[in-house]
Write a protein that binds this ligand. Structure first.
Ligand code: ZN
Ligand code: FE
Length: 276
C-alpha cells in the first residue's frame, strides 16, 4: 500500500480568478467547489491522485459547474460522496448538510464541521477542519476553513441574497475560530479588496504591510491565499466592524452621525464597496 503523507491543500486555478481547492494525502483527493472539470481532471492525472469526494459551499455556477463531468471522468462507476448545503440545489449532491453536521472522510483522512454562513447566498455553508493530531506520519494538521464566497482576503462576498445582519453573523462565526486557522478563499480578489480596505482604514499599518506583501506575491504570479483568521482580524474591514476607525469611515460614507450596530457598519461599507 502507498504510504499517505501529511495533508496538502493546493489551489487549482480556474476561469479568471477562481481557486478550486484540492485536499490530498499523496494519493486520495477531495475537491472543493469544482466550477470547471477540465483543470481538476488534469491536476488529478498529473499528480496521480484518486478523487474520493467533493465538497460544495454554494450553488453558483463557478463552484458547481464541473461536478457532473468530474464525476463521470473519475468515479469508475462508483458513487462518490458529494457534500453540499441542504438548502440549495447542488447537482449530484448525495450528502446534504446543515449547521453542526460533521463530515468524516477516510481518505484523505480528514474531518470537517459544517457552518451555515448565509449572506452571499442564503444556503451557503463553510467547512471547518479543526487542528488534528495525527500519528502516521506524526504531525499536527493545522485548523483549516473552506469558506467559499463568504470571506475573502481583506474582503467578503457580495450580498446577493442575504442581509448585512446575516453576513455579520456569518463572519462572526469565522471570527470565533482559532487565529491560526488557514482560510482557503475561492477567488483571487485580494489586491482590489486591499485597495478598498485602505480607503476604509488608511492608517492601518498591518493593512499597509499586507498590501506590499500581497502585491509582491501577485507580481510573482503566486496566490495570496490561504490567509489566516488572525490576519483577517487585522486587515479585513468586514471583520472589523467593531473597530473605531471602521465605524468612523462607515458613518462618514453613510452620512450618519452614528450607526447603531456592527451589522449597520457592515451594511454601510458593503454598499460602499459595491460602488468602489
Ligand atoms: Zn458565489
Ligand atoms: Fe464564486
Amino acid at each position: 500500500m502507498v504510504k499517505s503523507t501529511a495533508l496538502q491543500v493546493w489551489p487549482i486555478p480556474a476561469f479568471s480568478d477562481n481557486y478550486i481547492w484540492c485536499i490530498h494525502d499523496g494519493h486520495s483527493a477531495l475537491i472543493v467547489d469544482p466550477g470547471d472539470a477540465a483543470p481538476v481532471i488534469q491536476y488529478l492525472q498529473e499528480n496521480q491522485l484518486q478523487l474520493t469526494g467533493i465538497l460544495i459551499t454554494h450553488y453558483h455556477a463557478d463552484h458547481i459547474g464541473g461536478i457532473a463531468d468530474l464525476l463521470s471522468a473519475t468515479s469508475n462507476g462508483h458513487t462518490l460522496p458529494v457534500y453540499g448545503p441542504v438548502a440549495e440545489e447542488i447537482p449530484g449532491c448525495n450528502h446534504p448538510l446543515i449547521q453542526g453536521d460533521e463530515v468524516h472522510i477516510a481518505a484523505p483522512a480528514s474531518y470537517f464541521q459544517v457552518l451555515e454562513v448565509p449572506g452571499h447566498t442564503l444556503g451557503h455553508i463553510a467547512y471547518f477542519a479543526p487542528a488534528l493530531e495525527v500519528k502516521d506520519p506524526p504531525r499536527v494538521e493545522p485548523p483549516r476553513l473552506f469558506c467559499g464566497d463568504t470571506l475573502f482576503a481583506s474582503g467578503c462576498g457580495r450580498l446577493f441574497e442575504g442581509t448585512p445582519t446575516q453576513m455579520h453573523a456569518s463572519l462572526a462565526k469565522f471570527a470565533a475560530l482559532p487565529g491560526n486557522t488557514l482560510v482557503y478563499c475561492t477567488h483571487e480578489y485580494t489586491l482590489s479588496n486591499i485597495r478598498f480596505a485602505i480607503a476604509v482604514e488608511p492608517n492601518n499599518t498591518d493593512l499597509i504591510a499586507w498590501a506590499k506583501h500581497a502585491a509582491d506575491l501577485r507580481a510573482a504570479h503566486l496566490p495570496t491565499v490561504p490567509t489566516t483568521i488572525a490576519q483577517e482580524m487585522k486587515t479585513n474591514p468586514f471583520m472589523r466592524c467593531d473597530q473605531p476607525a471602521v465605524i468612523a469611515a462607515a458613518c462618514k460614507i453613510a452620512q450618519r452621525p452614528a450607526l447603531d450596530s456592527a451589522a449597520a457598519v457592515l451594511a454601510a461599507i458593503r454598499a460602499w464597496k459595491d460602488q468602489f
